[in-house]
Design a binder for this molecule. Structure first.
Ligand SMILES: Cc1cc2nc3c(=O)[nH]c(=O)nc-3n(C[C@H](O)[C@H](O)[C@H](O)COP(=O)(O)OP(=O)(O)OC[C@H]3O[C@@H](n4cnc5c(N)ncnc54)[C@H](O)[C@@H]3O)c2cc1C
Length: 384
């Protein structure tokens, strides 16, 4: 017999589970969130906390990012999650990269972004390494500290929205109306399954149909360099990786140039994002290695290339120590950036199948709950 009953039971307390919990709770529904870990431990606390709009795949992914960014803006003051820095600076070091940025800036997704000359990059980012050709400044991005933001979001859902959390509780099976857990059965009129990289415990056949693999990323933290970044920083390598830029016609020539000049970085799926934490330390990454079961190792060689590329973007003090290293996993699809689908009546499987969950999760949560309740597409309206 089921132990307790809720309107909505969410499996997984990462950003995607929490986004669905928020979407359900703000409609006045009773919500439970179940997670096997005692505290947040997945991709949602291992990422950059970089809420990225500019560079997302055109179309629905980009719209999800804009929508989610607006939700972050509304939620941050209520949860006490601080904004660490706004904006994004893409620094171009090759003429081909500048050409990509010029094409991007001229399109719909370049709205409100500004192309910058080399002198303007130097003025706005005095810590930029010498030799930049210019860049792009986007006002759309936000940066939060994921390892405190995710617990703060969960605590606020519990406090302000009466969401009930079952931690240290693994879900063994899900059917319409009931979730079988290590702490007993929990009834839910609707169930949402957001298991992140666990593709085998729940609905493995559904995951298999999406041809998912896992992507392993290497990340590191550098000690405070003594200056403060005004924005997140990306460089040429990001322009062939982030789909919004990579779809520009000029990206092909940049890709060829990078093959000869930074082939080792491309081989490890390395592109550069550098963001800053409240204590001044820098979060730097990342690499991308794909496998059904990625190994747990973080090769020093990958880190060497990440740091080499970081130094082409920013004038980092010579002896700046690495203070932390970690890896993270997310499911990756060859086709879709995210999907949600009914795995059974009133049971929704919701997955971000690309590295964009912090940027698009709130929209996906709204879409998922709207689909369960038979409501129209929430992206046609604004979040309030
Ligand atoms: C290193 C790294 C950097 C990234 N950088 C960014 C970035 O800057 N911006 C961005 O937008 N995205 C970024 N991403 C992607 C983003 O972090 C993910 O898309 C997002 O966190 C996925 O959230 P999730 O809730 O699906 O997964 P997770 O955070 O992994 O959460 C899944 C949860 O489900 C629980 N769970 C699974 N199965 C069960 C079960 N059977 N029973 C109970 N609990 C279960 C797990 O314990 C876990 O807590 C990055 C990812 C990584 C790894």
């Amino acid at each position: 017999m089921a132990q307790q009953g809720f309107d909505v039971v969410v499996v997984g307390a990462g950003i995607i589970g929490l986004s669905h919990a928020l979407a359900a709770a703000r409609r006045g529904l009773s919500v439970a969130v179940i997670d096997r870990d005692r505290q947040a431990n997945g991709a949602s606390i291992r990422n950059f906390g970089f809420v990225t709009v500019t560079g997302q795949r055109a179309g629905r992914t980009w719209r999800r990012a804009l929508y989610s960014r607006d939700v972050w803006e509304r939620v941050m003051p209520q949860t006490g999650i601080p904004l660490l820095h706004p904006d994004l600076a893409v620094i171009a070091r090759r003429p081909q990269a500048m050409a990509v940025l010029e094409e991007f800036a001229a399109g719909e997704m370049g709205a409100d972004c500004r192309l910058l000359s080399a002198a303007e990059i130097e003025a706005r980012l005095p810590m930029a390494a010498p030799g930049s050709l210019g860049g792009l400044w986007s006002p759309h991005e936000r940066r939060v500290e994921p390892r405190t933001a995710i617990p703060a979001l969960a605590a606020w859902l519990e406090r302000a929205h009466k969401v009930k959390f079952f931690r240290g509780t693994a879900v063994r099976g899900v059917e319409s109306g009931v979730v079988d857990t290590t702490a007993g059965r929990i009834a839910g009129r609707h169930v949402v399954v957001c298991p992140g990289p666990d593709l085998v415990t729940l609905f493995p056949e559904r995951h298999a149909a999406h041809k998912l693999r896992l992507c392993k990323l290497q990340m590191l933290r550098l000690a405070a360099p003594g200056w403060r970044l005004p924005a997140a920083v990306m460089g040429d390598l990001s322009l062939v990786r982030y789909e919004g830029y990579a779809a520009m016609p000029a990206a092909a020539a940049l890709g060829e140039q990078l093959k000869t000049e930074a082939g080792d970085a491309l081989a490890h799926g390395i592109h550069l994002i550098i963001v800053q934490s409240a204590d001044g330390s820098l979060v730097v990454g990342d690499s991308h290695h794909y496998a059904a079961t990625p190994d747990p190792f973080a090769p020093v060689e990958v880190e060497r290339i990440i740091l080499r590329e970081a130094r082409t973007l920013l004038a980092l003090p010579e002896s700046l120590p690495v203070t932390e290293r970690w890896t993270g996993l997310y499911p990756s699809s060859p086709d879709e950036t995210a999907f949600f689908e009914f795995a059974a009546p009133d049971v929704l499987l919701s997955q971000v199948s690309s590295g964009t969950g912090m940027s698009t999760g709130f929209a996906l949560g709204e879409e998922g709950i709207a689909a369960l309740l038979g409501e129209p597409d929430p992206l046609e309206t604004t979040w309030s």
